[in-house]
Design a protein around this ligand. Structure first.
Ligand SMILES: [Fe+2]
Ligand SMILES: [Fe+2]
Length: 184
């Protein structure tokens, strides 16, 4: 398998997450409210899976190795756009979380921001994914030899193998710090 194989499979999972946002938006609009836990779960899907796990492999493996190659202008430009889009996504998810905090804290008007963020995220991801799937991933593979591609795939597997342990080590530290604040 080429190193873009796992990334394209992950795109299909992210599309399913985005479909959930598309389902949630009309429900929130109709009911005029949202369960903060739903937003927390959606944010976790996007932050942990789509951003840290998926964008993590794109940026720390694929883009890093492309950076070492002499890219044609078109590919360099698309790669810069993709990196910028990843940044935009992180900001938007933080804004969504902020709006959710305000809403659960009693600020009813924050629902407008929640909906705006959800809609922007839902329209952003399909375009970002299409750009990678149809205009970037395959032509980029031509910059690499077969052994370079194999090494990247291996590194992606290692990334995934270590990922779950990294996440839960971090969670353990976060919970410990939160508890220590209450104890001290
Ligand atoms: Fe991406
Ligand atoms: Fe991607």
């Amino acid at each position: 398998m080429m190193p873009i194989g796992p990334l394209m499979i992950e795109h299909r999972v992210i599309e399913k997450m985005i479909a959930l946002i598309d389902m949630a938006v009309p429900v929130i609009e109709k009911t005029g409210t949202v369960d903060g836990r739903l937003i927390d779960t959606l944010v976790d899907c996007i932050r942990t899976y789509a951003d840290r796990c998926h964008h993590g492999k794109e940026e720390e493996i694929l883009f890093r190795d492309l950076e070492r190659k002499k890219l044609v202008e078109e590919h360099r430009q698309i790669m810069n756009e993709l990196i910028e889009e990843h940044r935009w996504g992180r900001v938007k998810v933080s804004q969504l979380l902020q709006a959710k905090e305000e809403f659960v804290g009693g600020k009813q008007e924050a629902l407008t921001n929640i909906l705006a963020c959800l809609k922007e995220i839902a329209s952003f991801y399909p375009k970002h994914i299409e750009k990678e799937d149809k205009h970037f991933f395959l032509p980029c593979m031509d910059y690499f030899t077969e052994s370079e591609r194999d090494r990247m795939l291996e590194e992606e597997m290692d990334f995934d193998r270590e990922f779950i342990h990294k996440i839960y080590k971090e969670k353990t530290i976060q919970i410990k710090h939160a508890l220590e604040k209450h104890i001290l």
